[in-house]
Design a protein around this ligand. Structure first.
Ligand SMILES: Cc1ncc(COP(=O)(O)O)c(C=O)c1O
Length: 413
């Protein structure tokens, strides 16, 4: 009897779309029959990009500047970004180690592909942005999770304990999505020392750099600005989606640590994108000239936080106001409900949409032969829900009031 080979399946099919998209899908479906939802689930800000951004984008298209360019991005944009990193972030880099990317999401994915290797482990926060987990798995990393403290900051002891001989990368994200936690200088110094002692690379996702509310944002790469590039360990990732609100333009950038990582990035990027979109980069140059918008947007989101979130702290649902970012994770476990149950009831009864926490703490499981079991939501954030506070203020205040009212109604302790 001839043996039929088992059909090949793509390992990526074990990695589902993130549960963020599931929340978007459910809310969009309901919106058709129940318009007027209060949308606290999407990180789409109430403000838009500066006017000059659209003008410059259109001019670049109309003037024939939409052509293939260097795989790393427009030289003039990379020059400007190197200056910005030096003066604003205190990060020393050079255009040769800078990559302009279609959103920072693609930059993160490409970077993970450069840093992954057979059996390599990446250390990630136990409550994380689910796209980081997708990216790590698709790059071929084995994710290992470190604990967060009561304010959702990385716990260095847990990082030391979780690490093993196969650890290659430490993923950090400050200000963090979904928790809003901000890592201060002493913590960043400790994390840097651990990674450096053990020979790891760091991926520092700084998408929310313009939204640190208790002092200037600190880039961990600033700690190694005086080291030669060949010894550096920090790869920093930034975006135009948050500060200047260019969410749909898809523009980000990555400053890689070492020349050899830059060489690997060039190959990965050539194979994935050939080159980033050219008109969007001219729009990015315009955004860099409109820095007043950053201060305005920072103040707006901070004002939202201060207007709406103190009631969550008073109610015992948040340990403190988030130190930065666009999101807060409210602990609704006092209701005896899961995040899914609570979010569903909040949407069905009050038309307020939030995201259940379980999608932010999923833990992949692997069979003995190394294949991954289908990824499911669950874990430490199952009793939490994520609230986006970058949205229109009145909506946010009303949505949070309705959430608190539902918690009071259901509270069991
Ligand atoms: C932590 C974090 N990193 C990166 C991104 C990606 O942003 P973009 O691809 O729009 O630059 C997001 C978007 O929500 C995010 O929350």
């Amino acid at each position: 009897m001839t043996q039929t080979a088992s059909p090949w399946f793509a390992p990526a099919s074990a990695i589902p779309s993130s549960w963020l998209y599931e929340s978007f899908r459910i809310a969009n479906e309901r919106e058709r029959e129940h318009p007027g939802q209060i949308k606290l689930h999407v990180g789409e800000p109430a403000f838009g990009p500066p006017d000059s951004v659209a003008k410059e984008f259109a001019a670049a298209v109309q003037e024939g500047r939409a052509r293939y360019i260097d795989v790393q991005g427009l030289p003039e944009l990379r020059e400007r970004l190197a200056d910005k990193l030096d003066t604003v972030n205190r990060v020393d880099t050079e255009p040769a180690r800078l990559f302009v990317t279609p959103g920072s999401c693609q930059g993160l994915s490409a970077l993970m592909r450069c840093l992954a290797g057979s059996g390599a482990e990446i250390l990630m926060p136990e409550i994380h942005w689910p796209v980081h987990l997708q990216q790590a798995l698709l790059a071929g990393f084995r994710p290992v999770f470190y604990k967060l403290d009561e304010h959702f900051a990385p716990d260095p002891e847990s990082i030391r304990r979780a690490a093993g001989p196969a650890t290659r990368v430490l993923l950090l994200n400050t200000p963090a999505n979904p928790t809003g936690a901000v890592s201060g200088l002493p913590l960043q110094q400790t994390l840097y020392e651990i990674a450096d002692e053990r020979g790891w690379q760091i991926i520092s996702d700084e998408a929310y750099e313009d939204f640190a509310f208790s002092g200037p944002h600190l880039s961990i790469a600033a700690l190694e600005r005086d080291r030669p590039a060949s010894q550096r360990i920090v790869n920093s990732v930034f975006t135009f989606s948050k500060g200047p609100a260019m969410t749909g333009y898809r523009l980000g950038y990555v400053a890689v640590s070492r020349p050899e990582t830059a060489a690997a990035m060039r190959s990965v990027q050539e194979s994935c994108i050939i080159a980033p979109n050219a008109p969007v980069q001219y729009a990015g140059l315009a955004a860099l000239d409109a820095s007043a918008a950053l201060a305005h947007n920072h103040d707006f989101v901070r004002g939202n936080r201060d207007a709406a979130l103190p009631s969550l702290v008073d109610e015992g649902l948040l340990p403190a106001l988030p130190g930065g970012g666009w999101y807060a994770m409210a602990d609704i476990s006092c209701t005896g409900m899961t995040g899914e149950e609570f979010s569903a009831e909040l949407m069905l009864r009050h038309d307020v949409v939030v995201v259940p926490g379980s999608g932010f703490s999923a833990r992949p499981e692997f069979a003995a032969d190394g294949t991954m079991r289908p990824l499911k939501p669950g874990g430490v954030a199952s009793g939490l829900v994520r609230i986006a506070f970058c949205v229109e203020r009145e909506q946010l205040v009303t949505g949070v009031e309705l959430l608190v009212a539902l918690v009071r109604e259901k509270r069991q302790r």
